[in-house]
Design a protein around this ligand. Sequence first.
Ligand code: ATR
Length: 265
Amino acid sequence: MPDRYAVFGNPITHSKSPRIQAEFARQTGQDLVYEAIEAPLAGFADAVMAFRAAGGRGCNVTVPFKEQAYALATWRSERAKAAGAVNTLSFADDEIRGDNTDGIGLVRDLTDNLGLDLAGKRILLLGAGGAARGVGLPVMECKPAELFIANRTADKARELAARFNCHGGGYDALPGHCFDLIVNATAASLAGDMPPLPNDIFAPGGLAYDMMYGRDTPFLAFARAHGAHCSDGLGMLVEQAAEAFFVWRGLRPDSAPVIKLLREA
Ligand code: ATR
């Protein structure tokens, strides 16, 4: 019998995780199945516990359940604690282990796939919601010269920055500063919008990274128009999955061919 894994979210129909994990399993010769499960909005914990009782070995968790997954875990990794959210659960005999692979997924995509050494770089993180929270600790561990968190609601940015020992504020703090890397972790793209950024916000050779994937966002269009390099978040998606696979199976799959496969699809 193959080992069972799943991703829980709501909605979940468009999740690429089953495809990614199936590729990793094929690559590494692991006997496992991975399915997408839509948990009812008020029934996340019940759905996960039923999956575990039916023999599930672990699961990924996506929007809107990452904070509930954090609460459900009986053990949490440091990076999960820093994020206050869990995207990877592993079921041990008497334990539910909670981890967060989102931030390291971003860092691996930036460093391994895009060739950007974050040490000494000036980094701007846009947004202070769930997507931004996972990123702070892994990015700070790379020893950037500066991490500034900017958010529409400035207090949320300051609060988050205090957790990661960096600076934060509103978008009005940005004029006069420029950055080597700007990561868009806001939900603005969903509304076809982008945060208000000054035209000269990118340092020469700067990189714009949008955590969204599969579409050209207003943020990336702005970045391109102002001479920055651009990347969407597809690599981060695959890298966070690769780290989850490692957490469960102790093996590191090769993410590059999977990123290529999804790009071509
Ligand atoms: P997620 O889990 O995707 O991060 P979230 O926790 O609701 O979702 O956070 C959404 C983030 O996008 C927040 O930082 C939000 O800013 P506020 O904290 O001020 O609400 C930001 N955001 C959403 N729409 C935006 C827009 N049109 N312009 C700028 N920021 C926006």
